[in-house]
Design a protein around this ligand. Sequence first.
Ligand SMILES: [Ca+2]
Length: 368
Amino acid sequence: MLLLFCIVLLTAVGCEKEEDAPAVVPPSGLTVQVQRNEQNPAKVSLQFSAQNANYYLVYFGDASNETPLNTTAKVAEHTYTASGTYTIRVQAHATASVFATETREVTIELNSGGGDNGIPQTGYTTPESYAGMSLVWQDEFNGDQLNTTDWVHETGTGANGWGNNELQYYRPENTSVQEGYLVITAKKEQFQGREYTSSRIKTQGKQSFQYGRVDIRAALPQGQGIWPALWMLGSNITTVGWPACGEIDIMELVGGTGKDNTVHGTIHWSNAGNYANYGKGYSLQSGIFADEFHVFSMEWTPTSITWYVDDVQFNVVDITPAELSEFHQNFFFIFNVAVGGNWPGSPDANTTFPQRMVVDYVRVFQPE
Ligand SMILES: [Ca+2]
């Protein structure tokens, strides 16, 4: 009997306490905005707000045992280290147990092996000097914009899609220079009647060279319909046209499953008035060219042009025949990422955007 009395008393006291406590008002109207960073695909910024919230917990969804960010600031930033689709969860808390929740999905696309800017941290590299050679021009892509002393943008759609029925509209907006890298980004976006935008830059009228060794360190984009190129045209194109000006493709990649691991080195010229080309491909033994940096090199002498990937020779052509006179004059550089066109064909449902070509440096060496 005494025991029963105690239980009744405790219950009554408990009820009284409940009634005395101020009611907790649950947070309401939680809004969450996710902003992507144009220059850094690894980074997301959040803004969130709710009524009656005393603090917020933010889960970014990239670790199973994640410790949430505990904040009162209503903003948060996070940098992902791997590609994937992540569920971001924001909880607006009145108390530890009274809260409102919102989730947002984000899909992160990084070059694999990417650092906190989505740019690969690994890959082959070449020296800044060679015995018997002078470094006559280089762009290390330092600073925060394209050096217009050396480079000019080519914009628009070109005649017949730059002669190849390419699908993109070239804009300066798709080029950035950041943290020591040139980044050309191909995007799926409507612009001027086109479905894609990208950039094409050249040194025409600014920097041109005859003979020498060229080293270009780059990480390449990937996917069906994606066509990055590091190449050169003869400076006399304005008077003799193409292909009589000659074209040297130091690196071209035609993306897609089973092709993202292969680059091509090619020359194009006019052979007694007929268009001619000569090229060969080089395939990685494992992985693809988007995984990390590689160095695409050309050794161009009065007698030959030799192509290398990471100092491994894969193509050579004798340029002493009179019909290859194109290759004994000044050439300028062109870097671009085309989308679609005769060679690659169009992007398909498996092609992801944006796609980026990241160039660490271009260096030209000539014999002393
Ligand atoms: Ca650099």
